[in-house]
Design a protein around this ligand. Structure first.
Ligand code: NAD
Length: 486
């Protein structure tokens, strides 16, 4: 695929250039080269998108659930048909390895669109009958919904947010991260080709200001946000202008807890994947790896045997499994964390080789495993969102549970053990929105995805998400005389 060179908004089924006074640059993380300069959408264009979305939502909600389902199923098939094109665009956008974009990003996007296509026909309310009345709930779309995305899984995030919204009869406006503006427009083109009516899915381009134009807009009834905790707090405050409903998919510092009955090679594979997939830019990553004191040496040996498998380089090369970080600025943040870990006395074990040639100017950072960590180090407490693993040791189960929970985040957790009662105790006591047992970062579409505590609220995927894109009207049909003290 040729390098993408232009970024458009997508309004009313047309590619439209942003027309504000400000612009942003888009870079290819793999080489650091600038791909284009993009003019942001203006506030007037956001207003226009909301007006279009309001009108098109009325039309879309009148489609039968079978019609909505058929269009979304076609979109899912088209996503699968265009796998190569989407994956390549995702690599230009993010600098992640193409094999991941092919195996995960496109697959999980198609699965989600297909899943909600199938669920569109199942939406229903409840019925209750008393002596005095028949009572039922009517499930209705919310109206105009908007999504604001992060840069790590741009196509997947756009699909995960829009598919349930559209299945429920809402219209949707999506703002991708300004660092990864390309692939959301490709999703819009796919929805159009699948038969989605004009204006039901639109894309506006820009940074925080355009995000704020959505969150403060009184014509929008719901925001689904993926990004940092601090941004999430601002969005909650801004969204209060008309009491929007919210889904918040925020950051994490998740524990990966390994007990000594785990094969050390299994533990090593899990810990490496849980930290270095998408070069560590995964919100659910298990960045605090807890191993029993007695087990540390076996774990270290198993890790060392696998580290020759780490290959940094051309993200389009299918042998590469660690790509480039998203930007020069983010690379600096990650590198500073690595320096802080060394300065605080953790022992760094660095993996792979930095790439050379054209890729020497890409935003690559070698993955680092830190041993000799303690709970008070900056690298152990804060979300890094880069390829940095902290290994911590523990003595017993109650200690590790307490330490794993000592964080404001609560996105995910994992436990490796074959002791079933221990598993159950851990599941009950870990403060996390998702717990994996004997695996990591697996997100089948049936599994509701989302955090607790400051990692956010609301879910993506799974049947729960239908409740986040619908409202319920309670209807009371009286069988009795009017009650009145007058
Ligand atoms: P970010 O918060 O900087 O930006 C996210 C989006 O918000 C971008 O589109 C940005 O333009 C927009 N934005 C920024 N300020 C805004 C404002 N005041 N009002 C409205 N919109 C605004 O996050 P990021 O750096 O893009 O992404 C990394 C973060 O995302 C990490 O913390 C990561 O853990 C989190 N994340 C969470 C999940 C999840 O599902 N829980 C998934 C992926 C990433």
């Amino acid at each position: 695929m040729n390098k993408p060179k232009e970024v458009f908004c997508y309004l009313n089924n047309e590619h439209i250039a942003g027309n504000s006074a400000s612009s942003f640059s888009v870079f290819y993380p793999g080489t650091g080269e600038k791909l284009c300069e993009t003019t942001e959408a203006s506030i007037a264009q956001v207003d226009e998108a909301v007006d279009i979305a309001r009108q098109s939502q009325v039309t879309w909600a009148k489609y039968s659930s079978q019609q909505r389902s058929r269009i979304l199923r076609k979109a899912a098939n088209l996503i699968r048909q265009y796998t190569q094109k989407i994956a390549q665009l995702e690599v230009w956008d993010t600098g992640k390895p193409i094999r991941e974009a092919l195996e995960v990003d496109v697959v999980t996007a198609a699965d989600t669109v297909e899943y909600y296509a199938n669920l569109a026909v199942t939406l229903h309310g409840d019925f209750y009958s008393t002596n005095d009345a028949d009572i039922y709930t009517k499930v209705e779309p919310i109206g105009v919904c908007a999504g604001i995305g992060a840069w790590n899984y741009p196509f997947q995030i756009a699909a995960w947010k829009s598919a349930p919204a559209l299945a429920c009869g809402n219209s949707f406006i999506f703002k991708p991260s300004e660092l990864t503006p390309f692939s959301a427009v490709l999703l819009a083109e796919i929805y159009k080709e699948a038969g989605l009516p004009s204006g039901v899915f639109q894309v506006v381009q820009g940074g925080a200001d355009i995000g704020r134009a959505l969150t403060t807009h009184t014509g929008i009834q719901k925001i689904s946000f993926t990004g940092e905790v601090q941004t999430g707090k601002k969005i909650m405050a801004d969204s209060s202008v008309n009491l929007k409903t919210l889904t918040m998919e925020l950051g994490g510092k998740s524990p990966l807890i390994i007990f000594e009955d785990t094969d050390p090679d299994v533990a090593a594979r899990a810990a490496l994947a849980a930290n270095f997939y998408t070069q560590g830019e995964v919100c659910t990553n298990g960045t605090r790896v807890f191993v029993p004191e007695k087990y540390l040496a076996a774990f270290q040996n198993a890790i060392e045997k696998r580290t020759q498998n780490v290959v940094l380089g051309d993200p389009f090369d299918e042998n590469v499994n660690v790509g480039a970080l998203i930007s020069a600025a983010h690379k600096k943040v990650v590198d500073n964390f690595i320096e802080s870990g060394k300065a605080e006395g953790a022992k760094a074990f660095t993996l792979g080789e930095l790439p050379s040639g054209a890729f020497a100017h890409g935003f690559f950072t070698q993955p680092v495993i830190f041993y000799n960590c303690n709970d008070h180090m900056q690298i152990v407490k804060e979300e890094i969102f880069g390829p940095v693993m902290s290994v911590l040791t523990f003595k017993d189960e109650s200690e590790v549970i307490e330490r794993a929970n000592q964080t404001d985040f609560g996105l995910a957790a994992a436990v490796f053990t074959h002791d079933i009662t221990r598993m159950q105790r851990m599941i009950d006591q870990l403060h996390a929105g998702m717990v994996w047992i004997n695996n990591y970062n697996i997100t089948p579409v049936e599994m509701p995805f989302g955090g607790t505590k400051q990692s956010g609220f609301g879910k993506e995927n799974g049947m729960d998400t239908l409740t986040h894109y619908t409202k319920r009207k309670s209807v009371y049909i009286s069988k009795a005389d009017v009650f009145s003290p007058f």
